[in-house]
Design a protein around this ligand. Structure first.
Ligand SMILES: *Cc1c(COP(=O)(O)O)cnc(C)c1O
Length: 342
């Protein structure tokens, strides 16, 4: 029986390792990373730290873990982190900020999750015993919930500069930082200078099966190692996974521009459809569009699924489609034809 080929646009996490990536994994030299003895993990950590101009890095099982470790090592209980209301650390980490770090959250309300230096100033608490002390500023680049929009380096510099002048620590949730860097053509090290810690995902657009890294000073990463242990994230022969991440860094960064182009074509085609009310521009590899009010996004997503296309309902009237390594031009053409049938 011929099975329908599923086109999966739910996320860029759905990719499977390519044959060459698998080969690199099979070839990996490994050791016990809890003892610091896995040469492939060590190579990955020093390579990714070097790329961003940071002293050290720590390989972790997920981006949620790297973000949560960063928040934990950069704050004390009772303090407050400032982030956008769209931030992944606030929306999609299952209340981890409260559970793991015992701090409160100040949400900035900005268009598409991209805020300004003034927003930061407006949300820093005065030194008064009624208020939690503002201590951490967290940015996301690209912004997942904001349709993959990104900050350029001058925006980041001015935001983090006002934060630092006010004594805030700075963390970047760079789950999709390479999408931003490919879109702007800017250097990773310029971002490295602006943040105390940076979280980078290998399992999103870069196409590795598992893993993220947290980057920072040697001293901070030493603290991070202890927190990773208490979170249960110390891994043993993790070099097999680190090899996939190293392969991804060497082979899958510049091709992200193809994902961006396909998302842009989808945006153009979706904009022409009569049942769409509006479309957030596909800044990078994420397309979010809103259905007209008479269409339920859950029903629409179920209809798409019946046609072999997976896309998540994403809030009130929205549908999100994410392009990635396993999404080809043929699939793009198919999706466009299917969308026209609704
Ligand atoms: C995916 C993602 C993460 C981390 O997710 P994990 O599934 O835990 O690896 C963090 N931040 C953003 C913006 C993300 O999109």
């Amino acid at each position: 029986m011929l099975t329908m080929k599923i086109i999966d646009l739910r996320s860029d996490t759905v990719t499977k390792p390519t044959p060459s990536m698998l080969e690199a994994m099979f070839q990996a030299e490994v050791g016990d990373d809890v003892y610091g003895e896995d040469p492939t993990v060590n190579a990955l950590e020093s390579k990714i730290a070097h790329i961003f101009g940071k002293e050290a890095a720590i390989f972790c099982p997920s981006g949620t873990m790297t973000n949560q470790i960063a928040i934990r090592i950069l704050t004390q209980p009772q303090e407050e982190v400032i982030c956008d209301r769209m931030a992944h650390i606030y929306n999609y980490e299952s209340g981890g900020i409260a559970a793991n770090s015992h701090i409160s959250v100040r949400l900035i309300h900005s268009p598409h999750g991209k805020f300004t230096p003034q927003d930061v100033l407006d949300n820093i608490n005065p030194d008064d015993i009624h208020f939690p002390p503002s201590s951490l500023l967290a940015l996301e680049n690209t912004v997942n919930k904001g349709g993959g929009c990104y900050y350029n380096i001058s925006e980041i510099q001015s935001i983090t500069q006002v934060g630092r002048e006010k004594g805030l620590k700075t963390h970047l949730d760079g789950a999709r930082i390479f999408n931003a860097l490919v879109a702007t053509g800017e250097s990773p090290s310029s971002h490295g200078e602006c943040f105390d810690t940076i979280s980078v995902c290998f399992s999103k657009g870069l196409g590795a099966p598992v893993g993220s890294a947290l980057l920072g000073t040697r001293e901070l990463i030493k603290k991070a190692k202890r927190v990773r242990k208490v979170f249960g994230g110390g891994m043993r022969q993790a070099g097999y996974l680190a090899a996939a991440a190293l392969y991804a860094i060497d082979n899958h960064i510049s091709r992200l521009s193809e994902d961006h182009q396909r998302a842009k074509i989808l945006e153009t085609e979706v904009s022409k459809l009569s049942y769409i009310s509006d479309v957030i521009p596909a800044y990078t590899n994420i397309l979010i569009f809103n259905l007209k009010n008479n269409i339920n996004p859950i029903d629409f997503s179920a209809w798409l699924k019946s046609k072999g296309v997976l896309a998540n309902a994403f809030g009130k009237q929205s549908i999100r489609m994410v392009t990635h390594l396993d999404f080809t031009d043929d699939m793009l053409e198919n999706v466009i034809q299917i969308l026209k049938q609704f």
